[in-house]
Design a protein around this ligand. Structure first.
Ligand SMILES: Cc1cc2nc3c(=O)[nH]c(=O)nc-3n(C[C@H](O)[C@H](O)[C@H](O)COP(=O)(O)O)c2cc1C
Length: 197
């Protein structure tokens, strides 16, 4: 079976971010036959519709990286009960211009981490809400919430909590299964698929 490409979407620009540590863990725990590559969201200006037809170079590179992916995997953190501005901005740039969204029809995993007690659950819901408009297909279970993140990563930012690692792995297995189920639809190409944003 052909190798599956999953592109990881970071939530944070912070060095040593817990959410980025989740993506590093996913790379380590990738199921057989799967390659996970993490996209870069540094250097994006705040989305400006005047520039959507000729986006800045970091945005263009991001779009080119995400577009061919069989599935995407969002790392999520939580800022004020929602997505971080950095992640929402990347989501918005990726969705434009009209008819050229990199997200349309993509299966998607998501994993959140927060130093708080709820592990970013509210930000995951915000992401799911955007996914309706973006015509994405999120994995529902198992959910990955890493609460009290400062206790689950070591000093080098590696996810060391065994329970969390197991659930990341289980989520990835489900994402791959999901992407295989949806593949015939994706293979129809943009013309054959339901029109998206
Ligand atoms: C501006 C700001 C807002 C935050 N709001 C929340 C929040 O609503 N819920 C929560 O659980 N944690 C909140 N936090 C804590 C972050 O989830 C925590 O700092 C997390 O580690 C940041 O993600 P990162 O490690 O990926 O950079 C907030 C942190 C910042 C800086």
């Amino acid at each position: 079976m052909a190798e599956m490409l999953i592109v990881g979407i970071p939530a944070s620009l912070r060095r040593g971010a817990f959410s980025t540590g989740l993506l590093d863990a996913a790379v380590e725990l990738a199921p057989e036959g799967t390659r996970i590559e993490v996209a870069d969201i540094h250097g994006f200006p705040v989305f400006n519709q005047d520039e959507e037809n000729d986006p800045p170079e970091p945005v263009r590179r991001f779009q080119e990286k995400v577009r061919p992916a069989d599935a995407v995997l969002f790392a999520v953190n939580e800022h004020n009960y929602g997505l971080s501005a950095a992640e929402k901005n990347a989501l918005d740039w990726g969705s434009r211009p009209p008819g050229q969204s990199v997200w349309n029809g993509k299966p998607a995993g998501m994993m959140s981490a927060s130093v708080g007690m709820l592990g970013g659950v509210r930000a995951q819901l915000a992401l799911r809400q955007s996914m309706v408009y973006l015509n994405m297909f999120p994995v529902n279970r198992p959910e990955v919430f890493v609460a009290m993140a400062s206790q689950k990563f070591d000093a080098n930012g590696r996810l060391v909590d065994e329970t969390a690692r197991k659930v990341v792995r289980a989520h990835l297995i489900e994402l791959v299964r999901f992407a295989r189920v949806l593949r015939p639809d994706r293979d129809r190409g943009p013309e054959g698929r339901a029109p998206g944003p």
